[in-house]
Design a protein around this ligand. Structure first.
Ligand code: ZN
Length: 224
């Protein structure tokens, strides 16, 4: 079983590599989308976001900003794949403590959903690409990707269009619900997002998951 999963993971990576041969977005080195040297130069975020939400890079870093922008608007899922690997590598300590907390049961990984129209235009949900790669980065099957656990209910105004913090928080209120048949009772859950600003989206999702019996929910974001 483990071996089969490993082959699937390899196949998925190879598939992306053939479709989108990679080049470092910063130094243009061939073979990798963000090379290790350039990754080490990215600014880590020092700004606080909501409690139980951890973000990795500072969105004001030009390379971070450009990468996320390309991921969202330039049909470049391989950027999300790289961010998923980095998220796992950098937050390994948090993952370990969640593993202890979940007492050997798989940790559910839930990407932030996007609207049907957006997904159709973009071709993918970028958070789902990050989440999938995050899960595949673990050597053992400690995660279960659950991309249909939460659905976006109302057609809210895109958060990026709102600059005011209070309006952003109001806009997202009640926007999510648990999918029919999804079960999160007693589960340990990581929500994955590309960029978090107020943390409002993740907090709303946390509320829904907790209300439905999740034991512990944290949010990981690539940038803040
Ligand atoms: Zn580079």
């Amino acid at each position: 079983m483990e071996k089969a999963i490993f082959i699937i993971k390899k196949g998925f990576n190879l598939f992306l590599e053939i479709l989108f041969p990679s080049k470092c977005l910063s130094c243009h080195l061939r073979g990798i989308v963000l090379c290790d040297d350039c990754v080490n130069k990215l600014h880590l975020t020092e700004r606080e976001t909501a409690s139980n939400v951890i973000s990795l890079y500072d969105y004001r870093d030009p390379i971070v900003k450009e990468s996320i922008w390309k991921l969202k608007y330039h049909k470049t899922p391989y950027i999300g794949q790289r961010f998923g690997q980095l998220l796992y590598k950098e937050l390994i300590e948090e993952v370990s403590s969640l593993q202890i907390f979940s007492q050997g049961f798989p940790i559910l990984v839930v990407p932030v959903p996007i609207s049907h129209d957006k997904k159709k235009n973009r071709g993918y949900n970028q958070s789902e690409i990050i989440a999938r790669s995050f899960c595949y980065s673990a050597e053992k099957s400690i995660f279960q990707l659950k991309n249909k656990t939460i659905v976006k209910k109302s057609n809210t105004i895109p958060q990026a269009k709102l600059t005011n913090r209070t309006r952003r928080l109001q806009n997202i209120k009640g926007a999510f619900e648990l999918s029919v048949g999804a079960s999160v009772k007693g589960k340990t859950i990581i929500i994955i997002d590309d960029v978090t600003t107020t943390g409002g989206t993740m907090l709303e999702m946390m509320k829904v998951l907790k209300k439905n019996g999740a034991k512990k929910v944290v949010g990981f974001a690539v940038a803040h």
